[in-house]
Design a protein around this ligand. Structure first.
Ligand SMILES: Nc1nc2c(c(=O)[nH]1)N[C@@H](CN(C=O)c1ccc(C(=O)N[C@@H](CCC(=O)O)C(=O)O)cc1)CN2
Ligand code: GAR
Length: 319
């Protein structure tokens, strides 16, 4: 469906008043930004007026412990645990970014509530094959493979949490904390994980747990908002834009401080699946950028508690 959309004309005599938004400090001249208003690239473009200069109180993020700094000043490589429940495409994007050097860290553990991709017999057979020095890279996969299978194929330890009827091998909260300590995990990354992270873990990892959510929080977040349900709610609401949010995790679903977002248009004829794919494409990029900043200690906290990403190229620019 073609919808020709012209930028909204201002009624005569009306002018735009922008509220005194939190200014960037010595930051970039606001970039002109625009979004495609329909399937063609007739983007609606507008440029934010230069914001009044304002100094900004910033606090450094939690200083990474005992980091043997390196030439890049990024410190030692950080150790990451990724939590997944499903397909794991965000996990794979982060893992590939770590292997490729875009993320100054290593995925040292995969935590999932749904390990069941390989059944026990197949896992034993596979272990025997590998123990004899052969690993044909063949994955004996019974059910839908996902993040857990990618981890197994790449030698990343898989931890099952929590215990449940479908995952009786799951561990307790205390055992999970022990496992994360044993792996010397610095940061926890939720990537399509569908269980509530317990308060004990949130307390153990202050300002060190990120999540990616497929809507522009605080809209369309909270209990019951996951997967296609989120995109259906966005479409049903008539929202014209959506996009992923990377946020720090607190004790509740999706209420932690927002760190980064991307915006995509919602089209009149969108289905939840079409919108999900458009948002997921942006997730893979914005999450990798946020994790890269986390691992390079480029996150600062504004005096009102909002986290900001310092640009890698220009420390005076915040993303
Ligand atoms: N303490 C926190 N834990 C988790 C957070 C968080 O922000 N704080 N984010 C979620 C991820 N998430 C949205 O980004 C989310 C996941 C799941 C649900 C939800 O309603 N789950 C259902 C159970 C679904 C299932 O088991 O299949 C429920 O709790 O009833 C909402 C939001 C990860 N954890
Ligand atoms: N509220 C949580 C939630 O809905 N998370 C969403 O689950 C998908 C997981 O995809 P993936 O397993 O391919 O990364 C992603 O779209 C992520 O934003």
């Amino acid at each position: 469906m073609e919808a020709s959309v012209a930028p909204p004309a201002l009624r005569p005599g009306r002018s735009l008043h922008t509220s005194p938004a939190p200014a960037t400090r010595r930051g970039p001249k606001p970039r002109p930004w625009g979004l495609a208003a329909n399937r063609q690239a007739n983007a609606v473009r507008c440029e934010l007026p230069q914001r009044p200069e304002r100094c900004l109180l910033l606090r450094a993020s939690a200083v990474a412990k005992d980091d043997g700094g390196d030439a890049a000043g990024a410190g030692r490589r950080k150790r990451l645990a990724v939590f997944v429940s499903g397909g794991g495409s965000n996990f794979r994007a982060i893992h590939e970014a770590a292997l490729g050097g875009k993320v100054h860290g290593d995925v040292v553990a995969l935590v999932t509530d749904k390990p069941g991709e390989e059944n026990r017999i197949l896992r034993t057979v596979r272990a025997v094959i590998v123990s004899r020095g052969f690993d044909f890279g063949v994955t004996l996969c019974v059910a839908g493979c996902g993040g857990a299978e990618h981890a197994r194929s790449n030698g990343i330890p898989v931890v099952v949490f929590p215990k449940s009827k479908s995952a009786p091998e799951g561990i307790s909260v205390a055992e999970l904390l022990d496992s994360l300590r044993e792996h010397e995990v610095d940061f926890v990354l939720l990537a399509g994980y569908l269980k509530l992270i317990p308060a004990e873990l949130v307390r153990e990892y202050p300002r060190s747990i990120l999540n990616i959510h497929p809507s522009l929080l605080p809209a369309f977040g909270g209990k019951g908002y996951y997967g296609l349900k989120v995109h259906k709610a966005v479409i049903d609401s008539g929202a014209r834009y959506s996009g992923p949010t990377v946020h720090f995790v607190d004790e509740h679903y999706d209420t932690g401080k927002t760190l980064a977002q991307r915006v995509v248009p919602v089209f009149a004829d969108d289905t939840p699946e079409l919108l999900a794919a458009r948002v997921l494409h942006e997730e893979h990029q914005v999450y990798v950028e946020a994790v890269a900043a986390l691992c390079e200690d480029r996150i600062v906290w504004r005096e009102d508690g909002v986290p900001l990403i310092k640009s890698r190229l220009n420390p005076d620019v915040y993303l």
